[in-house]
Design a binder for this molecule. Structure first.
Ligand SMILES: [Zn+2]
Length: 116
């Protein structure tokens, strides 16, 4: 499953994107409304991109904040990883350790096959 494929939260069908990268507004299998979830994920992804840019620029506090915002929208390995680095590079070891635990948890969850 690529980052552009979106599993339906109701039936777990992985819904492919169209030729322009857009995702279905409704699950073709069960009819579940997906558009709001897609918008939330896009907002989470935008904050991860902001966190990555902040890390690259040496703005570690900004990176940690953007990554935490992303995590609040969607628990992803990318958000936890950026938050981990942002906190670690500020010397906040306790916070970095907390993000590392979240990173390990979400990574394990993402590799688990979807429930059928
Ligand atoms: Zn569905």
């Amino acid at each position: 499953m690529s980052v552009h494929e979106f599993p339906c939260p109701s039936c777990r069908r992985v819904n492919p994107v169209d030729s322009e990268g857009r995702e279905a507004a409704r699950c073709p299998r069960c009819g579940c409304e997906l558009e709001m979830l897609v918008r939330i994920r896009e907002a989470a992804d935008a904050r991860v991109r902001k966190a990555r840019a902040a890390l690259a620029g040496g703005f570690y506090l900004d990176a940690a904040h953007a990554a935490a915002e992303s995590w609040s929208l969607r628990a992803s390995a990318e958000a936890a990883g950026c938050a981990f680095l942002g906190e670690l590079l500020q010397g906040n070891l306790a916070r970095a350790a907390r993000w590392n635990r979240r990173l390990n948890t979400v990574t394990e969850a993402e590799i688990r096959p979807p429930a059928s």
